[in-house]
Design a protein around this ligand. Structure first.
Ligand code: GLP
Length: 271
């Protein structure tokens, strides 16, 4: 696991956007796994900037969103599809082929098991995910894989914990319906990505970040399983990194890695 600590949230967004740019310029038909939530908004803004400057094109990119609320239509402002359109896809509309942007919409009456299985097949048919972007829940969840989720899990429906419902309630109006279930890629689905970049910013993530990097690997803390993936980069701002043990080691390693990567490139496993 590589840990990179940036001065500000903007610097985090910059760094991740540049990884994505590098990836797409290396493999133009790359498949990206995308995340929602407050954390990646600045990243998407940065990608739009790069796109407008002709530094990157998404013409041949396929995307899979990580998760989606259950029983929320894709046009609903609370849906993650709406979020992606608002913060990224509509701004690069002339460029992205939306039929290559996949979402996990599952409405009442639809069988979540079949939708989950179909999503898995679509990911496989696309050749797997080259780079998965992740945020981090304050309870250690990735996607909507709540504590106790199986490390072997595939895309499926999950019931949300009260902690997640409370954390996300800030995004809902007082009388607005807030789902207590969601579709999510499974932990095993996420681990099948060739590369993973997890982003966390803000002091409120600092405990979860420390447990992710150096806590015991346990289904009680789903993100901890990322310690076992061979190509994970955790990119933090200073606030989110404030409780990382042995921080000097990571700062030093990041400097050394940067030199090597500038010389030999990134994403060496992608052809
Ligand atoms: C949400 C999403 C996650 C997201 C996380 C953090 O519930 N299911 O995919 O990464 O929680 O969200 P935020 O970036 O808003 O803190």
């Amino acid at each position: 696991m590589e840990v990179i600590i940036c001065d500000t949230q903007e610097a985090v967004a910059d760094r991740v956007a540049n990884y994505i740019k590098y990836l797409i310029n290396k493999k133009e038909n790359a498949t990206l796994g995308l995340a929602t939530g407050s954390t990646p908004i600045k990243l998407y803004k940065k990608l739009i900037e790069l796109y407008n400057n002709n530094e990157v094109t998404f013409k041949k990119t396929t995307t899979f969103n990580l998760d989606e609320y259950y029983n929320i239509d894709g046009d609903n402002i609370q849906s993650y599809r709406y979020f992606m359109n608002k913060y990224l896809f509509n701004k690069i509309d002339i460029d992205i082929d939306k039929s290559k942007a996949h979402f996990l919409i599952c409405l009442e009456g639809e069988n979540p098991n079949l939708i989950g299985d179909l999503y898995e097949k679509k990911i496989i048919n696309a050749g797997g995910i080259d780079l998965q972007i992740l945020g981090l829940g304050s309870n250690g969840h990735i996607g909507f894989n709540e504590p106790s989720s199986s490390f072997m899990s595939k895309t499926r429906i999950k019931t949300l914990t009260q902690k997640t419902i409370d954390d996300n309630s800030r995004l809902f109006n007082k009388n607005e319906y807030q789902p207590n279930m969601a579709m999510t890629m499974g932990i095993s689905t996420i681990l099948n990505a060739k590369y993973i970049i997890l982003i966390a910013t803000g002091e409120n993530k600092s405990d979860a970040v420390n447990r992710l990097i150096s806590g015991a690997i346990s289904s009680k803390n789903p993100a901890s399983i990322l310690q076992n993936h061979k190509n994970v980069i955790v990119i933090l701002d200073e606030d989110a990194s404030s409780k990382v043990n042995n921080i000097d080691y990571y700062l030093n390693a990041a400097k050394e890695n940067k030199k090597l990567q500038e010389q030999f490139g990134y994403f060496h496993e992608l052809k």
